[in-house]
Write a protein that binds this ligand. Structure first.
Ligand SMILES: C[S@@+](CC[C@H](N)C(=O)[O-])C[C@H]1O[C@@H](n2cnc3c(N)ncnc32)[C@H](O)[C@@H]1O
Length: 288
């Protein structure tokens, strides 16, 4: 039995239980990120205008972090949707652990379902609220995904899009190695059809799809600290770059020698204190 009563602690404990089994997956870094960003994600989600009884879609749910958080906060039914069945399987395992411990009794409920942002398996007007966090940076056709959202959101319903814009984040002193690796990765994501500068475009896409943009904001965190080479954020970043090494080299975005040299430099340059800011763009829009 899980032995704590704070709902977030119950969720964290369930994530900790499956963590080891995810460590071999290619998206293990995303699992770590889901755990690491939980406090700020929860603070932000609790401020959203979601009402009890609503049907909520968490599109591109990944390992389900936002879906579990909303179920902790509101008596809603959340559908966590993703096209990656492997991640959904992990989310369902976490769901089962929580369910065995009676977590959903008196709280929101969740189902994890397979679906593609371009062709959502739901009738028109199914949801009062759609959240999509860090999905749009991966989409080749963001405009088409927003037309789908317009179809499945009910009249007077809301969407909330959260995503990156790399030019809103910085580090000082800037490590050349980090900048070079990030730029190569940004180019790779662009070639795959994604866009790491999508944050600034979200409001425009939502408006073009017929939504009325009712709120835009930047969520920023800043810090001045020494990050140890083996700290979680550093090792997450290193693992992430390592995972893309082959693709970056194959695409001619960086040579093997450059990659290995920069990774070594990155490991060493991270030891000193750095000022860092990280920003995410948030857009809230209403279907009128
Ligand atoms: C960076 S993760 C974000 C996960 C989660 N929303 C979060 O905040 O941690 C992006 C997710 O979008 C999913 N995804 C990418 N393209 C998709 C598509 N066309 N339809 C559905 N899911 C998609 C990926 O499988 C991945 O789980």
């Amino acid at each position: 039995m899980l032995n704590v009563t704070d709902p977030y602690l119950l969720v964290d404990e369930a994530y900790a239980k499956v963590r080891q089994s995810v460590s071999g997956q290619s998206d293990a870094w995303l699992f770590e990120q889901t755990m690491l960003t939980a406090p700020s994600r929860r603070a932000f989600l609790s401020a959203l205008p979601i009402q009890d009884g609503w049907d909520i879609l968490d599109l591109g749910t990944g390992f389900g972090g936002s879906a579990f958080d909303i179920a902790c906060q509101r008596h809603c039914h959340v559908r966590g949707v993703d096209y990656d069945s492997e991640k959904l399987q992990v989310s369902r395992t976490i769901w089962s652990i929580l369910n065995e411990n009676d977590f959903f009794n008196g709280r929101g409920t969740i189902s994890f379902e397979e679906g593609n942002a371009y062709d959502l398996p739901y009738p028109d007007h199914s949801f009062q609220f759609v959240l999509s966090r860090f999905l749009f940076q991966h989409l080749t056709r963001p405009e088409d995904a927003l037309l789908q959202l317009n179809r499945v959101v009910s009249r007077d319903g809301y969407i909330c899009l959260i995503d990156v814009d790399d030019q809103l984040s910085l580090t000082y002193p800037a490590s050349k190695a980090y900048l070079e690796l990030m730029e190569a990765y940004r180019q790779l994501q662009l070639r795959r059809g994604g866009d790491r500068l999508v944050g600034r475009k979200l409001a425009h896409y939502a408006s073009a799809a017929g939504f009325q943009v009712v709120g835009t904001m930047i969520q920023t965190s800043a810090g001045y600290s020494v990050s140890e080479p083996n700290s979680l954020p550093t090792s997450m970043l290193m693992t992430h770059f390592h995972r893309e090494r082959e693709s970056l080299v194959r695409e001619g975005l960086i040579s093997e020698i450059e990659f290995d040299t920069y990774m070594l430099e990155l490991e060493q340059s991270n030891v000193g204190p750095h000022f860092r800011t990280n920003s995410e763009v948030v857009v809230i829009a209403k279907k009128v």
